[in-house]
Design a protein around this ligand. Structure first.
Ligand code: SF4
Length: 494
């Protein structure tokens, strides 16, 4: 889809909003010139002065159909108001053409709850809700979800102090690659030889990072070992990584220690016992769906039965906090199939359930195969989230964190639901950018947060495991920045 931009600078917002309605298409943003040849499906968005007003206009040409819309504002209208007005007229046109009304309206950002919090602090909760409704066209259901999530999140945020941090350890390997995956994770078939040297270097990076954290008197609040699928490692390899964590960091104030045991086909009793022994108190076992046909279609090489077995083993090993991840909007999954999955999961009474929405990243195999996101899929995904909002509170779950990614089916959301007191702290800290997160391993990012202000600085590790192995010294050199950062932006060292 070509999108022409005439005389305004709101192209970022316009591109994001167009993508909500055409998630699978290449969006080409063109700064319009008088001699442009305009043909094929396209959108024109523009701004001009007319009769002492600013005139914002939009049109869409597609499949022989033509739509147009405009709005006039006072000449001195601030930029953000103009941007919103242009987004709204584009939204109206795209809604009329597609018949789709995305429930988040024109709100395209990744962290709607952070915005809701800021608005609540300025305008109170009802003012924030009004703003979401009237200025951003967010549906009543999503406003309720935002307000509730923000309230629950707020309680967790209060527990972070300026010297707090969390640790993220990346294991970028999986037993096979799921067709919807866009992470840097590599399948074991392709990278088996790299695992052992990777685990060794990872332990070294953890030790070095722990030393710096101790020097800076930082307090560890939560640990998250994710990926990928950490349980792709053998029990011995994973034990070595977890031992490196506990001997390198002061764990005495650590309030949550999660290991993702994402793929049930990698979970064994030996690994689970070892994970527990090494100090983790929260694990995530993720079926995504309990429909075997869909599991096969999306390239997950496990069955619903294997999920139940892994879950029972985790309970037997004494894990009290088990999280399960599900995905709404998987290709060909019906609303009824999702409902039956959620009903089964709820009957297990996990402490938390995270419901993601399928995100069609460009690099994922599904997109490559050209899977279409039809209105039917969007409606089904919306229905799935609505079912969560209906069923989960009745069973004692509340939403405690929420975020979005680009190209999600229907521009929907990922929501963490939990029983009271079992919220995933790391999830909230990372999403809210509450405190620093020190990252170790390939693809990990260290996010340094100013102790008493909003400034954030990122240090990137190499993305792929082979780069990590080759560029290890350079990555460790980058970690030196931690000391200088805390000297400049941190609290006073002891
Ligand atoms: S388990 Fe997760 S990280 Fe691994 S391939 Fe599947 S979606 Fe990607």
């Amino acid at each position: 889809m070509k999108v022409f931009i005439e005389n305004h600078s709101f192209h970022y917002e316009i591109e994001n909003l167009t993508r909500v309605f055409f998630p699978n298409e290449k969006i080409e943003i063109i700064k319009a010139r008088a001699d442009d040849e305009v043909n094929g499906a396209h959108i024109i968005t523009g701004r001009e002065s007319a009769d002492d007003k600013i005139r914002l206009y939009c049109s869409l040409e597609i499949n022989g159909e033509h739509y147009e819309n405009e709005r006039k504002l006072a000449l001195n209208s601030p930029d953000d108001e103009q941007e919103r007005a242009l987004a709204i007229i584009l939204f109206d046109i795209l809604r009329a053409y597609t018949g789709i009304t995305p429930p988040w309206g024109i709100l395209t950002g990744v962290r709607p709850i952070k915005l809701f919090r800021r608005l609540r602090e300025e305008l109170g909760e009802s003012g924030a809700s009004e703003y979401f409704k009237n200025k951003l066209l967010v549906s009543d259901e999503k406003i309720r979800l935002s307000a509730l999530t923000e309230r629950n999140e707020r309680e967790i945020l209060k527990t972070s102090t300026p010297d707090s941090f969390s640790l993220y350890v990346s294991i970028p390997f999986c037993p096979s690659r799921c067709s919807y995956c866009s992470f840097v994770s590599q399948s074991v078939e392709k990278s088996f030889k790299l695992i052992e040297p990777y685990a060794e270097l990872l332990c070294r990076e953890i030790e070095i990072t722990g030393k710096i954290a101790k020097e800076l008197s930082l307090r560890l609040q939560s640990v998250y070992i994710g990926g990928g699928t950490p349980t792709t490692l053998s029990a011995e390899q994973l034990r070595a990584v977890m031992n490196a964590v506990s001997r390198s960091f002061d764990m005495s104030g650590c309030r949550e220690y999660t290991v993702e045991a994402g793929r049930p086909d990698t979970v064994t009793e030996e690994k689970l016992r070892m994970i527990k022994e090494c100090g983790a108190d929260r694990i995530s076992i993720n079926p995504q769906t309990l429909n075997d046909e869909i599991l096969k279609k999306i390239g997950r090489r496990h069955t619903a039965r294997e999920f139940f077995t892994a879950y029972e083993t985790a309970v037997k090993c004494g894990f009290e906090h088990i999280n399960t991840d599900l995905i709404a909007g998987l290709p060909d999954e019906s609303l009824n199939s999702f409902k039956s999955t959620l009903d089964s999961i709820v009957s297990l009474e996990p402490k938390s359930i995270t419901v993601h929405t399928l995100s069609m990243k460009r690099s994922s195999e599904l997109t490559y195969r050209g899977a279409e996101l039809l209105r039917r899929d969007i409606e089904a995904a919306e229905g799935m989230h609505s079912y969560c909002s209906e069923l989960l509170p009745k069973n004692g779950y509340e939403p405690y964190y929420l975020y979005r990614q680009s190209r999600m089916v229907g521009n929907l959301e990922n929501v963490g639901w939990s029983k009271k007191g079992s919220e995933g702290l790391y999830n909230v800290f990372i999403m809210d950018e509450t405190h620093s997160v020190l990252g170790c391993g390939a693809g990990a990012t260290t996010k340094l947060k100013e102790a008493n202000g909003p400034y954030i600085e990122r240090i990137f590790n190499y993305k792929y495991s082979y780069e990590y192995l080759n560029g290890f010294d350079e990555m460790i050199r980058r970690k030196d920045r931690l000391r200088a950062f805390y000297d400049e932006y941190g609290f006073k060292r002891k």
